[in-house]
Design a protein around this ligand. Structure first.
Ligand code: ARG
Length: 269
């Protein structure tokens, strides 16, 4: 079995203080379903504690009233190698988050750069070692990929998403370490599947049942993989591959179409 090693990570998270499902911009959002904000806060706090117990640094970003999706901090931007790209959202309902995330970046010594085209941060932009995987098809504009490649100075591999339930790259693919990923093949176009097979011959391919609970929306430190608790088949696959799966229940936040990774903005060194 491959030896896996954890690396200490730096995360930023925004509490679901103002979380609600007030509009529907992805197929998971059902405005008639009731949301229990108290339980969302408890689940989110459990996730935060899980990261802290694993030894990671977790910073918190001040939530803003009237921005119910701000809890999905991954979408705020991309932070890597001292560079920061701030999100430009596809839907006007989330517009206000850009300023909030840009302000947080500035306060932390970054100079957030805006893109001309839509980009939804780490929802669609995932760092794997020295390359950047970038999703398009639903949210991030394919043309933003080139803008981002030149801002952060990293080669970008564009991947096309084809299933509206997996509208962000981080709903269909987990970065497990600097050279390993897991993904749900049906979420990608044939051409993008071929690219993934080529780049990651050892990838874990996840089944429908796990993808359907947003199991791939997970966060790995190279050894410990924090994933939605309901994704038990995926957890078994991870264990067999030498990783240590840690299930966390974020069912309340799933009502907005997000889970573990969506709630976690990684500050890459
Ligand atoms: N309701 C949010 C939206 O549709 C959920 C975002 C989930 N975030 C993510 N990184 N996939 O925009």
């Amino acid at each position: 079995m491959t030896f896996r090693r954890a690396r200490r990570r730096h995360y930023a998270m925004t509490a679901p203080t103002f979380f609600a499902v007030e509009y529907a911009i992805n197929p998971w959002m059902d405005m008639s379903a009731s949301v229990d904000t108290h339980s969302a806060l408890n689940q989110w706090e459990t996730l935060r504690q899980t990261y802290k117990e694993l030894g990671h640094t977790v910073e918190t970003i001040e939530p803003v009233a009237g921005l119910p999706d701000m809890v999905y901090a991954a979408n705020g931007g991309l932070l890597v190698g001292g560079k920061a790209v701030v999100a430009k959202f596809a839907y006007p309902q989330r517009d206000g988050e850009s300023a909030a995330y840009a302000e947080w970046m500035t306060r932390h010594g970054y100079q957030p750069v805006e893109t001309r085209h839509t980009n939804e941060g780490q929802g669609d932009l995932l760092v794997v070692g020295s390359i950047l995987l970038a999703g398009h098809g639903f949210r991030t504009d394919r043309r933003a990929h080139d803008e981002i490649a030149s801002i952060v100075g990293m080669p970008v591999v564009s991947l096309e998403l084809v299933d509206p339930r997996f509208y962000h790259l981080d709903t269909a693919l987990t970065v497990l370490d600097d050279s390993t990923v897991a993904y749900y093949p049906p979420a990608f176009s044939d051409a993008s599947r071929a690219i993934l097979r080529d780049l990651f011959p050892d990838a874990i391919e996840v089944a429908d049942a796990d993808a359907d609970v947003l199991g791939l929306n997970a966060v790995s430190d190279g050894l410990n993989v924090v994933l939605p608790a309901a994704a038990t088949g995926y957890a078994d696959q991870l264990r067999r591959a030498g990783f240590r799966p840690i299930g966390v229940d974020l069912s309340e936040l799933l009502k907005g179409g997000g889970s573990i990774k969506c709630c976690t903005l990684e500050v890459h060194p």
